[in-house]
Design a protein around this ligand. Structure first.
Ligand SMILES: [Zn+2]
Length: 261
């Protein structure tokens, strides 16, 4: 049964990874998601259905447009593979549970926002505004259906706490963080709050830790100078996914190390 769930989630992840590419490409540019149909950015030729199979088409075409031969970025199959991998991991972690749709949405949104933030240094309201309430509704409903309504309530409070905490930090040190990061933290707080308060703490601090370590390495190696803005969203997203997938293990190891269990 678990294998079926994981395989189904992986397949779904390939398809939603493909849709993630459309969102990553169009939302920052302000374009519509429904139309026009996908076309080669170089020659404008429409993408045929057989050239639109996740990962496989890119490999068959060797990363080039069938019509004009222009290079197609490896980002497309990479995002599709990342979608499949993260959906499979979420399927293995959550299993066949009412919370599974919420956590697939959680993982998909984090993947999309991480790539957009890395490329544009922005976290679009056009994604956080609609997807945050959808995640909240899915997890509150999951709490009721699973007979743990307290977990749904904790998701809402976790969202408020993470949003409030990062808002405070952004006000104290406005150069480090943008309002996009604050809204992303609210989204993450909802997803991790359903699991437990410790998961919210692990996810947000994990993001800070990852972002801080990378910033120090960048500064030390001269890869980036201090005045260059290092996007924080990808690290928040990575910390959140780690807290979802491995939070229990990390929390357990910590409690054991300080002698609390
Ligand atoms: Zn072309």
């Amino acid at each position: 049964m678990d294998g079926v769930v994981v395989a189904g989630c992986a397949l779904l992840g390939l398809l939603f990874g493909s849709f993630a590419n459309v969102v990553i490409h169009r939302v920052p540019a302000g374009g519509s998601l429904a139309s026009p149909p996908s076309a080669c950015p170089a020659c404008g030729a429409p993408v045929r259905p057989r050239d639109n199979v996740p990962v496989v088409s890119w490999l068959v075409l060797r990363g080039r447009c069938r019509d004009c031969g222009a290079r197609i970025s490896a980002r497309y199959p990479a995002v599709e593979l990342a979608g499949a991998a993260v959906f499979a991991l979420v399927g293995a972690r959550v299993g066949l549970d009412w919370a599974l749709p919420g956590y697939l949405l959680f993982a998909w949104t984090l993947l999309v926002l991480a790539v957009i933030d890395a490329e544009t240094r922005k976290i679009p309201n056009r994604l956080t505004y609609p997807l945050t309430p959808v995640l909240a509704v899915l997890l509150v409903a999951a709490g009721v259906l699973n007979g743990v309504p307290g977990a749904g309530l904790r998701a809402l409070l976790g969202g408020l706490a993470a949003f409030g905490g990062l808002l405070l930090l952004a006000l104290i040190s406005p150069r480090g963080m943008g309002m996009g990061d604050v809204k992303l933290a609210g989204f993450i707080g909802i997803g991790l709050g359903y699991l437990g308060w410790a998961h919210v703490v692990v996810g947000v601090f994990g993001g800070f830790l990852l972002g801080g370590v990378v910033a120090i390495v960048f500064l030390a190696t001269g890869f980036r100078r201090r005045k260059d803005l290092i996007p924080f969203g990808p690290y928040l997203a990575l910390g959140a996914v780690l807290a979802l997938l491995a939070g229990d293990v990390l929390i357990d190891a910590y409690l054991r190390s300080v002698g609390l269990t």
